[in-house]
Design a protein around this ligand. Structure first.
Ligand SMILES: Nc1nc2c(c(=O)[nH]1)N[C@H]1C(S)=C(S)[C@@H](COP(=O)(O)O)O[C@H]1N2
Ligand SMILES: [Mo]
Length: 428
């Protein structure tokens, strides 16, 4: 069960905590704090020459494929040991708290594999389209690159993202609570062009994409989605797909659960009914309180999270000018508004959306404020272009119970202490 404690009370290491709404100290008048700039007192870091100015640096031949600065070594994907029985069938998480803007760098996109990373030779790779088509076709990678291609930014979220938080606050860090999402610009061919080439029979209603990895992953995708906005993608953020993301070819299913985005895509069968594959029966279905399961819950509901500050990224100052930032996304469109509270929901402020607002993409938001140095209970709440409002975790539990793992898009609360430390909590 959850502990109910008041802010300011000393806290145990218990992982699940609940705060009483009445006991909040934050909010009210914002006092003027220190400015973000340092005063002009002598500082050796500016008055003395540094070692990096004493010798020549590496030449242009040192880094044929660039990697981040050695001072950024902590910016990595991480896994959760108790979720990783075997690394070949597991997940790691995007370090959301280390990123800004909306694009996830290729080397930091979370990975989810059912049978490890297949090493596929593009020269030997083929995509087959068969089933209810006039003309079964096989494409080489070169064939695919002769079709008109498009560039589109989309988020991919695993339906299990935040799944460990259904019953209470558990993991300390947005990397772990929300890091099964990445946002990438894909280059690929609209699937509709390939289906048109094969000629879809009038009885066709469903597709079954299949992966070339040892898991041979399959999902049933309705034809209307394929004809709407699915892509067969070969590049991410301007370069070839990474092996982890399905090199040389993956299916892009915008706004829909990540499991459908089949990697190492080798075949698409066209049929007149769904296949009821493992990934849409025993997995990726949502068991309700009454014992029935929701299925084909494809769309990822509108969601947001504050990425900074957060448990892995505490505040380094104790009052004054402060930036709160995070990301919001919706599988149904763009983000219309993000609200932020710093007092556990007593007062809500409209956050500033910055950067491109793209369909079914992450959106970046900021809330700039003057911190009075008192503990904060921070939340963000996103509203998408359909008018859907991100629910609280308790609203979700009321509607769907707590048996589920998937589709947890509830509002996240972070508790910021006076010393800047942050932890994952829930408000009752
Ligand atoms: N062939 C194949 N495709 C796959 C998977 C897989 O194991 N094999 N995992 C799926 C799942 S569950 C998710 S959430 C996404 C993860 O994509 P990513 O590794 O690019 O993050 O790929 C999907 N496509
Ligand atoms: Mo997934």
């Amino acid at each position: 069960m959850t502990n109910k404690i008041k802010p300011g009370q000393s806290e145990s290491a218990a992982s699940r905590r609940t705060f009483l709404k009445g006991g909040l100290a934050a909010g009210g008048a914002i006092v003027a704090g220190a400015t973000a700039a340092r005063s002009a007192t002598p500082d050796k870091a500016i008055t003395e020459p540094h070692e990096w100015a004493q010798t020549l640096g590496e030449g242009v031949d040192a880094r044929p494929y660039g990697t981040p600065s050695e001072f950024e070594k902590h910016v990595v994907r991480r896994n959760v040991s108790w979720l990783t029985a075997t690394p070949e069938s597991s997940v790691n998480f995007t370090p959301l708290h280390e990123l800004d803007g909306i694009i996830t760098p290729n080397g930091l996109c979370f990975e989810r594999h059912h049978a490890g990373i297949a090493v596929v030779d593009p020269a030997k790779h083929r995509l087959m389209i068969n089933g209810l088509v006039d003309k079964p076709l096989v494409f080489t990678m070169d064939d695919l690159k002769r079709f008109p291609r498009v560039n589109k930014v989309f988020f991919l979220e695993c339906a299990a993202n935040s799944g460990m938080e259904w019953r209470g606050a558990q993991l300390n860090g947005c990397q772990f609570t929300h890091g099964m999402v990445h946002n990438v610009m894909y280059t690929g061919v609209p699937l509709k062009y390939l289906l048109e080439e094969a000629g879809i029979k009038s009885s066709a209603k469903w597709l079954m994409p299949e992966g070339a990895d040892a898991s041979g992953m399959t999902r049933s995708v309705p034809l209307f989605k394929a004809l709407d906005d699915c892509l067969v993608a070969f590049a991410m953020n301007g370069e070839a797909l990474r092996p982890e993301q399905g090199y040389p070819l993956r299916l892009v299913v915008p706004g829909w659960e990540g499991n459908m985005w089949v990697k190492w895509l080798r075949r698409i069968e066209v049929g007149d009914q769904p296949w009821h594959a493992r990934e849409e029966t025993s997995k990726y279905t949502d068991l309700m309180e009454n014992g029935k399961a929701r299925r084909f819950t494809w769309e990822m509901d509108c969601k947001s999270v504050i990425t900074n500050p957060s448990p892995q990224a505490p505040l380094k100052h104790t009052q004054g000018q402060t930036v709160i930032t995070g990301v919001a996304w919706s599988g149904r469109g763009t983000i219309k508004r993000v609200d932020v509270t710093i007092d556990g929901g007593k007062n809500w402020h409209t956050a500033r959306l910055d950067g491109p607002s793209l369909d079914k993409s992450l959106h970046r938001f900021y809330f700039d404020f003057n911190w009075d140095g008192k503990p904060l209970l921070m939340q963000s709440r996103a509203i998408d272009s359909t008018g859907y409002v991100q629910p609280t975790k308790n609203e979700l539990r009321k509607a769907r119970g707590t048996n589920s793992i998937y589709h947890n898009n509830g509002i996240q609360t972070w508790h910021v202490r006076e010393n800047g430390a942050v932890e994952n909590v829930e408000i009752s």
